[in-house]
Design a binder for this molecule. Structure first.
Ligand code: ADP
Ligand code: MG
Length: 327
């Protein structure tokens, strides 16, 4: 089983940022409103994620670390309309097979917190009483300590941390209702506060994308039946310098989708006569039954059942936002 986990780890765990992604998604799935992330040495020494989610009960701690133990798919219907981010039940097993992992958690119904420790190929999970408020802390030490080939592929501390910072930025832009802090080697690098009004949301946008993006941002907000588009698109003048900021979310999931991309570029082209630059942070909400999400973790693609309709809706919404910004 351990070997299977290590093979699976190759798919899920490519670098420290992929570990952070899985763990933060778990925290979000657990309903956390606050997530604190501590990184040391670009994540190769330590990745610690602490949340205030619902926690994991003592008798489920060992199970959470075993492969295909997911608490998130209850029926086939769930599979067709996946709402939780994680649904494969192999992240923790994979990560623990290539690191020294400690899982500490406390649920509402418990008077005491418990800690589970797993290390590399050693499958015996040890449970110990611990001190922890309701919620969960995942501590991943010495990533790839037992897979030297993969450890060798890690880039510099700075590069690995940049990947983590970028990932957290994407997540921060998708969940304004979750407070997130990010520390590297003990230093606070990002602080995303809960943003539940437009002003605070713009503050978070500026914290993530920089003040220049906000300065050039045009607000987008449009609905058509079940379809909703909101967010910000950079004015023509701003798009040039902000060209690297291109974030699109479909039902809360980050996507890089050809159809959406095409609609955005066309909108820029029609109002600018240039599709060279584009900068945006956009949110598309659509009935989950109207869209297929590729279940492969590395692919960020969607398939809309009514592709033409979605394309034209996005195109028209952005075109009118850009035109209003230009006048
Ligand atoms: P998946 O997320 O695909 O279900 P994981 O391996 O990522 O699989 O996690 C296994 C299980 O451990 C989850 O289904 C969940 O029940 C539990 N779990 C993991 N992280 C957390 C967390 N931060 N808070 C609460 N439960 C968690
Ligand atoms: Mg998960």
């Amino acid at each position: 089983a351990r070997l299977a986990n290590q093979i699976a780890a190759g798919e899920v765990v490519e670098r420290p940022a992929s570990v952070v992604k899985e763990l933060v998604e778990n925290s979000i799935d657990a309903g956390a409103t606050r997530i604190d992330i501590d990184i040391e040495k670009g994540g190769s020494r330590l990745i610690r994620i602490r949340d205030n989610g619902k926690g994991i009960a003592k008798d489920e701690l060992g199970l959470a670390l075993s492969r295909h133990a997911t608490s998130k798919i209850a029926s086939l219907d769930d599979l067709e309309a996946i709402v939780s981010l994680g649904f494969r039940g192999e992240a923790l097993a994979s990560i623990s097979s290539v690191s020294r992992l400690t899982l500490t958690s406390c649920t509402e119904g418990q008077t005491e917190a418990w800690s589970a420790y797993a290390e590399g190929r050693d499958m015996d999970v040890q449970l110990k009483p611990a001190a922890h408020p309701i919620g969960t802390t995942l501590e991943v030490l010495d990533l790839f300590f037992n897979t030297p080939a993969r450890r060798k592929f890690l880039r510099t501390e700075k590069t690995e941390f940049t990947h983590i910072d970028e990932l957290i930025k994407r997540i921060a832009l998708s969940r304004f209702d979750v407070a997130i802090t990010l520390r590297h080697n003990g230093k606070l690098v990002r602080q995303y506060r809960i943003a539940d009004n437009p002003l605070q949301q713009e503050r978070r946008l500026a914290a993530a994308c920089g003040p220049a993006f906000l300065q050039h941002a045009l607000v987008v907000e449009l609905a058509h039946g079940d379809l909703k588009l909101s967010g910000w698109i950079c004015s023509p003048q701003g798009a040039r310098s902000q060209n690297d900021i291109q974030y699109c979310y479909v039902n809360g999931r980050m996507m890089k989708d050809k159809l959406i991309n095409h609609a955005i570029r066309q909108a820029y082209e029609s109002s600018l006569r240039s599709e060279q630059y584009a900068a945006y942070v956009l949110y598309i909400e659509v009935d989950p039954h109207q869209v297929d999400v590729n279940v492969h973790p590395a692919k960020h693609e969607v398939r809309f059942h009514q592709a033409r309709l979605v394309h034209d809706f996005i195109y028209q919404a952005l075109q009118s936002a850009l035109q209003q910004g230009a006048s």
